[in-house]
Write a protein that binds this ligand. Structure first.
Ligand code: PLP
Length: 422
């Protein structure tokens, strides 16, 4: 913290002063920051006033190994000290090794390849471009463009292509017009999916994009049968099935990818998977996994790329994160501790708790009243960071290293909630 304070200019331990500096210097993002956080260790973070919080949000499903993990820190430092960045005119061993590791974890068939990005939105932008290339192969033209089917409730990011596939009106409307050719179906209405594919007066379908669990919609798993039918329909017309695992991937639900679990993935093999968030354990890195030769070669040389995508330090962070998840048996930990949280909270007896949805350590606690914001504010005072993802839903997405004892302290928090009102 001393070094950090030297970098940022002065030993300003007062949270109020930081908040003032923040609003004088930074544009809006999600809203007014609730605390100034200065340090983390394991599943805990500390604010500028020295208060400790159990981090049940982990940077929104990001810090897989918690905070200040020694292996991750060493891997990042070693790579930065050896070769911190090169352009994509060159390859690096870490970048290649991470691509191979992801293809292996994904059980992707021969000919599959990986494209690296710095975030989930960017991974979905690349998927959008893959879909556009597939659309023109399938006969889409500027007069009769190929269509991308996205889902009501889906969230894929706030950059323009990702936003075009994101359903929430409040995120889209201020920035219209959206990139065209995207249509929405209601995942709870099977007829809506059939209609999107049946209507042949319109252009061909280029792709369907779905999250196995819709995180931002309040941790909503897809209705049973949806993904399997979407796979049949896309396969029948050559359209891509894009699975957005940005929030659910890399161990968060207790398997490397959520769709690998039969209850969530229904046995489908996708054409494209996007990941980010937990992949770098807190370091910004995302990836697009393109399954098979056809999809992996949709983008020709020079058709897409970024300066930073595939950066060796980011790749080293991701390799270290994956290695620790494997070495420390964290997929098992996610299932066990996720069960403690889920069963504990659903049975905690609080009249405010309706039910708990999700899988592993991505859980949505649905409340009997729209008081999620009040629950999050109360939790913060009690030393817990949780997230009001919807008016009636509290999201829990802690580090994958969370212990059962820490989970039980969260159950206690829910069982002793005061009688909060909207
Ligand atoms: N896709 C999903 C499913 C997400 O949950 C998110 C972020 O919440 C994104 C994409 C966007 O990722 P990023 O914020 O890294 O751009």
């Amino acid at each position: 913290v001393t070094t950090q304070m030297a970098l940022v200019g002065g030993d300003e331990s007062s949270a109020a002063r930081w908040t003032e500096r923040y609003s004088g210097a930074l544009m809006n993002t999600f809203g007014t920051p609730q605390r100034v956080l200065v340090r983390g260790e394991g599943a805990y973070v500390w604010d500028a006033d020295g208060n400790r919080y159990l981090d049940m949000l982990a940077g929104i499903a990001v810090n897989a190994l918690g905070h200040g993990h020694a292996t991750l820190t060493a891997a990042v430092g070693a790579q930065l000290g050896t070769l911190g960045h090169v352009s994509n005119f060159f390859a690096t061993p870490t970048q290649v090794a991470l691509a191979e590791r992801l293809l292996d974890l994904a059980s992707a068939p021969d000919g599959s390849r990986v494209f690296f990005t710095n975030s989930g939105s960017e991974a979905n932008e690349a998927a959008f471009k893959l879909a556009r290339r597939a659309g023109s192969q399938l006969g889409g033209t500027s007069e009769r463009p190929a269509r991308i089917i996205a889902l009501d409730g889906g969230f894929h990011g706030r950059t323009m292509g990702a936003l075009a596939m994101t359903s929430r009106a409040a995120y889209r409307e201020p920035f219209e017009p959206m990139p065209g050719g995207v249509e929405f179906v209601d995942p709870s209405d099977p007829a809506s999916l059939e209609r999107a594919f049946a209507d042949d007066d319109r252009g061909p379908v280029a792709a369907l994009v779905a999250e196995p669990i819709q995180g931002e919609a309040g941790v909503q798993p897809l209705p049973a049968g949806f993904l399997a039918r979407a796979r049949e329909l896309t396969a029948a017309c050559g359209a891509l099935l894009i699975i957005d695992e940005v929030q659910t991937g890399i161990g968060r639900t207790g398997s490397w990818f959520a769709h690998h679990q039969s209850a969530l993935g229904e046995g489908v093999v996708p054409d494209v998977v996007t990941v980010a968030k937990g992949l770098g354990g807190g370091f910004p890195v995302g990836a697009v996994i393109a399954y098979g030769e056809r999809v992996a070669t949709l983008l020709g040389p020079g058709q897409h790329g970024t300066t930073f995508g595939g950066n060796p330090v980011a790749a080293a962070a991701a390799l270290a994160t994956i290695a620790v998840i494997e070495r420390d048996g964290l997929l098992d930990n996610v299932r066990v501790v996720g069960g403690v949280l889920r069963d504990g909270i659903s049975g905690c007896g609080s009249p405010l708790v309706a039910d708990v949805r999700g899988a592993g350590l991505l859980l949505g606690v649905r409340l009997t009243r729209p008081v999620a914001a009040q629950v999050a504010a109360y939790a913060l005072e009690e030393g817990f960071i949780v997230n009001a993802v919807a008016p009636d839903t509290v999201r829990l997405a802690p580090p994958l290293i969370l212990t059962s004892d820490q989970a039980r302290s969260v159950v206690d928090l829910f069982s002793t909630l005061p009688d909060l009102r909207p």
